[in-house]
Ligand binder design. Structure first.
Ligand SMILES: NC(=O)c1ccc[n+]([C@@H]2O[C@H](COP(=O)([O-])OP(=O)(O)OC[C@H]3O[C@@H](n4cnc5c(N)ncnc54)[C@H](O)[C@@H]3O)[C@@H](O)[C@H]2O)c1
Length: 303
């Protein structure tokens, strides 16, 4: 996507941080903006900021974990703007940190519910609508650098973010024939309000194995105050959409860490002389299965 004028972006988590940054940057480029967020007051404040810049923006109160509400939000944005979104940005997310061995079902259900199921709900809601519109489009999901590796203190968050990276790889392959690009942005640190995410935790997920209080929030704030400016990140996301890049990682300090992590994985693969004949047979079987699938399901859009 090269021309942002006249596009329509649906941005979850659009009332704050990385989501609001995208709303501003894409809005300044002429894209109509719909921000969806679980916080009504934050939506109002964000809309006031966007409108003061002359950006055409609409707000929808939405909990991305709620599938029925998500479908209603999709109907609303189409009714307001008279078109389906051409840009979907799955940005809403929460974090919560604590020892993996103390993690409760409620910790998993809330953290993975927002960060993974919320993205799934966005894709299942909007992908068919974007395809049906017949317009070229782009989907970007804001994951995390933490999605590339596990962490003893961020288990559910890292697992959810890993899954969204992987999902975007799948959707990228599947949506290319429909003219819809897919990217995943994996930030390291953003100057945002995410340190206060625990305040958004629904009471139905109250039973946590983690300690979350004013001190833990202040400790997180001390990191995020040095994070990347959300508008700078949004410029990188916009460039990623323009260039249709799969991974958007504008954080040079993460290169060595990622290289070391993936090198361990690559070095764990057995050398070819370990089982050459087995490798040949398995590769052949896979190739035949792919060909057979194409025969049964057809190639391209309906494969
Ligand atoms: N802040 C960082 O350092 C950092 C690093 C890596 C990845 N990320 C990711 O960036 C994304 C944006 O976060 P941010 O840092 O801008 O934080 P933020 O808290 O400033 O913004 C997140 C927004 O998501 C909204 N939200 C939370 N739960 C929601 C729900 N269930 N439904 C709808 N909206 C909901 C919040 O109200 C908030 O406005 C998140 O996915 C986060 O995981 C952040």
């Amino acid at each position: 996507m090269k021309d942002f004028a006249g596009q329509l972006a649906f941005i979850t988590g659009g009332a704050s941080g990385a989501g609001l940054g995208q709303a501003k940057v894409l809005g300044r480029a002429g894209t109509h903006i719909c921000i969806a967020d679980v916080r009504t007051d934050a939506i109002e404040a964000a809309l006031a900021e966007l409108h003061s810049e002359g950006i055409e923006a609409h707000g929808i109160v939405l909990d991305i974990m709620d599938r029925a509400a998500y479908a209603k939000a999709a109907d609303e944005v189409e009714a307001v703007f008279g078109m389906a979104p051409t840009i979907l940005s799955n940005t809403a997310g929460v974090n919560s940190f604590g020892p993996i061995e103390k993690t409760t079902y409620d910790d998993f259900d809330w953290i993975m519910g927002v960060n993974l199921n919320g993205v799934v709900n966005g894709m299942v809601t909007f992908v068919p609508r974007m395809i049906a519109s017949g317009r070229p489009g782009h989907i970007v999901t804001v994951s995390s650098i933490g999605g590339f590796m596990g962490s003893a203190v961020a288990g559910p968050y890292s697992a959810a973010k890993a899954a969204t990276i992987n999902l975007m790889e799948s959707y990228r392959q599947g949506l290319a024939p429909h003219g819809i690009g897919v990217s995943v942005c994996t930030p390291a640190n953003i100057r945002s309000n995410i340190a206060e995410a625990s305040k958004l935790r629904p009471s139905r997920y109250a039973s946590s194995g983690y300690v979350e209080n004013a001190e833990s929030i202040a400790s997180l704030q001390s990191i995020h105050q040095h994070g990347m400016d959300p508008e700078q990140l949004a410029e990188a996301i916009k460039k990623g959409i323009e260039d249709d890049t799969l991974y958007i990682i504008p954080y040079p300090e993460t290169r060595d860490m990622l290289a070391a992590h993936f090198d361990v994985i690559v070095q764990s693969v057995a050398p070819m002389d370990y089982d050459p004949e087995g490798a040949r047979l398995r590769t052949e079987a896979l190739k035949n299965w792919v060909a057979d699938r194409s025969r049964v399901f057809g190639k391209g859009k309906d494969r």
